[in-house]
Design a protein around this ligand. Structure first.
Ligand SMILES: C[S@@+](CC[C@H](N)C(=O)[O-])C[C@H]1O[C@@H](n2cnc3c(N)ncnc32)[C@H](O)[C@@H]1O
Length: 158
């Protein structure tokens, strides 16, 4: 077993796993905040110079594991590791969001696709030189880039 400490809580307008964005690409303009627990606030030093951060979090309302899923973006079954579905063996989510500002222990962010109250595990600055890739293949998601933005979740993952 591996244990992680919650370093904060993510606040968003989303209170139900259904009918909410499925990725930050579909959550542009959806504001949230990240409340970092006091013992970790020193670690926020210098973060305000970055326009985007990667939030790593526990998808805490997941109640089951599935190894194959019919993802939100498809009608066919896919291996869970070939999807971004929440019902994973380790229900960890990642979202790259715009950092609007840092106010003490609070980060104001834009593009939230997680439930209100989601436990935060880590924050990393988004750095194109480290994170951007060229010559990318996107498997079964080829041609779906516009649909990411419109697609909303439903109740299929509980
Ligand atoms: C498809 S997942 C993608 C999450 C993240 N962007 C990723 O790729 O790892 C997003 C969906 O998971 C569900 N969800 C969001 N926050 C959750 C939470 N804290 N616990 C359980 N399910 C959650 C919602 O249905 C939401 O639309």
């Amino acid at each position: 077993m591996v244990e992680f400490r919650e370093i904060g809580v993510i606040r968003t307008p989303h209170t139900d796993v259904s009918d909410m964005p499925i990725q930050p690409a579909g959550a542009e303009g959806v504001k949230g905040s990240v409340e970092v627990h006091p013992e970790f606030v020193e670690g926020l030093r210098d973060l305000d110079g970055f326009s985007h951060v990667i939030l790593v979090y526990h998808l805490h309302e997941v109640r089951e594991t599935r190894l194959t899923v019919t993802p939100f973006m498809d009608t066919e079954r896919r291996g869970v590791f070939a999807t971004r579905a929440p019902v994973r063996p380790n229900p960890i989510g990642i979202s790259t969001v715009r950092l609007d500002g840092v106010r003490g222990s609070t980060l104001d962010v834009d593009g939230v696709d997680m439930l209100d109250g989601t436990p935060l595990l880590d924050i990393k600055p988004y750095v194109p030189d480290a994170d951007e890739r060229k010559d990318v293949r996107v498997g079964w998601l080829a041609g779906a880039s516009e649909r990411w933005k419109r697609k909303r979740s439903d109740g299929r993952f509980g």
